[in-house]
Design a protein around this ligand. Sequence first.
Ligand code: GLP
Length: 249
Amino acid sequence: MRSLPAGNIRVEIHGSVEDIVSAAASRLFDQLRGKGNSVIGLATGSTFIPFYSYIAAHFHAEGISFGKAVTFNLDEYFPISHSNRDSYHSYMEEHLFSLIDVDAANTHIPDGSTSDPEGEAKRYDEMIRRAGGIDLQFLGLGRNGHIGFNEPGTPFRSRTHLTALTQSTIDANSPLFSGGADVPHSALTMGIGTIMEARRIVLLAFGAQKAEAVRDALRLEVSENVPASALRRHPDAVFMLDEAAASLL
Ligand code: GLP
């Protein structure tokens, strides 16, 4: 692993995806060792499939319990039912929650089946606040620089909200949808302001298709045109990359 300076952000460049996920999992395990009832912010997407599979395979041997952990997912499509196999509810159940000892009552994902998305967004921020705020937030990175579903142009002060997805995000996510189902055109997402309140942030990105977004986030001016560039204003954020994602730095 080598490190690169990028202002406030620590950039770690790892030799393989396996190295990234084991290093990221160590951060999660250390957090839970220090504080069993930590509040953890979770992400979805293809990036997190190997991460969750690593956690599920290793948490027990590492002596870690999720029994007291509280989790908040970043986002969920809207509208979508929880039982839809393409919902982030289903994703989390399949890739993580059913494989670890987390208490279902302590897991939270925005409700994509609500008839009141604005009310749901307010309720979600309020639940995070009441839980004491997020100790450790994991993030992926959209090809257009989005974090959560905060597309380019989203205000840095934004709270959890209903958002319209860009065509590029719909296209990028459609291969993850089963049986050719259409990707919903909206989503509920933690806002950038919500994400920035997390005490520590770990962003994972690998593969050449993330190289431009990584470069724009770290090397262009901090701007709402590149949502992930907001992280350069965070006091404790790390980007964990592979060589391909870091290739334009
Ligand atoms: C999705 C999710 C993001 C995720 C990003 C990258 O749209 N809402 O939270 O980080 O896009 O996805 P992937 O890991 O599949 O590249």
